[in-house]
Design a protein around this ligand. Structure first.
Ligand SMILES: [Zn+2]
Ligand SMILES: [Zn+2]
Length: 245
């Protein structure tokens, strides 16, 4: 069994609102110093830096889950986690077609940078990645599941882009895990939102800046890193579980 200190939601310099220093070398070095074993790189609507993070991660001993954060047509933010880069790339094709909007106003948000494993800039995404998709919450869940991934509602406690703010609490029951930001207490959230015992309340950094990376709050106990194992752990089944503190 693996016992992995994890942060399942952080961003790189590809996210328009993130610091330009959020490259694989800087992020993974910091993450290593803080004692993490596992991260999910979840940039907004683009998986273009996952390969570089995985390459650097293999070098310094951090596993990197291919992931993406999307905004639905209801303005809800959802975290999408996958097993493989190929699944993420297939999702990326669907996302690109559904992304509403136009060109990134670079002088306002900053550049959306693609980087290699050493943090060297290799390109820039022109289309603004902060716009919502034309998919609704249910479509995202169905499509991601269809590709073999899992969806987790992001930062429930932030009113602007949270699932409950836009859609109420009943829909929460659909998900094996929900996510809150690091200044909330999981036990309090569980009670307020009336979650089932077989749902996990994850705490993630949602870091866009290096300074937002903090000490681990989550340990995932699984036989291997896969969506199937994560879902078992979120549900507390078959001897897999998640500790959140
Ligand atoms: Zn978000
Ligand atoms: Zn985020």
């Amino acid at each position: 069994m693996l016992h992995l200190k994890a942060d399942l939601h952080l961003h790189s310099c590809l996210s328009p609102c993130a610091e330009e220093d959020m490259n694989p070398v800087a992020v993974l070095t910091r993450v290593r110093q803080l004692g993490y074993d596992l991260i999910a790189l979840a940039d907004h609507h683009h998986g273009g830096n996952v390969t570089s993070f995985q390459k650097k991660g293999r070098e310094i001993g951090i596993r990197v889950i291919p992931a993406m954060e999307v905004e639905t047509v209801e303005r809800v933010h959802l975290l999408c986690l996958f097993d493989t880069l190929e699944q993420l790339q297939l999702w990326q094709v669907q996302v690109a077609e559904a992304l509403l909007g136009g060109v990134n106003p670079r002088e306002f948000y900053g550049p959306q940078l693609l980087v290699d494993d050493e943090g060297r800039i290799t390109g820039e995404v022109e289309e603004l990645l902060l716009n919502p998709l034309s998919f609704d919450v249910f479509e995202v869940v169905e499509r991601v599941k269809g590709l073999g991934g899992v969806v987790i509602p992001a930062h429930l406690d932030r009113p602007g882009h949270s699932l409950i703010f836009h859609m109420g609490m009943e829909i929460l029951k659909v998900f094996p895990a929900v996510e809150i930001s690091s200044h909330m207490e999981p036990a309090v959230v569980r009670e307020i939102y009336d979650l089932n015992p077989d749902q996990t309340v994850l705490v993630s950094s949602d870091a866009h800046f290096l300074a937002e990376l903090k000490a681990p709050r989550v340990i995932i106990h699984v036989a291997e890193v896969s969506v199937k194992e994560l879902e078992l752990a979120f549900r507390g089944q078959d001897g897999r579980w998640v500790e959140v503190f």
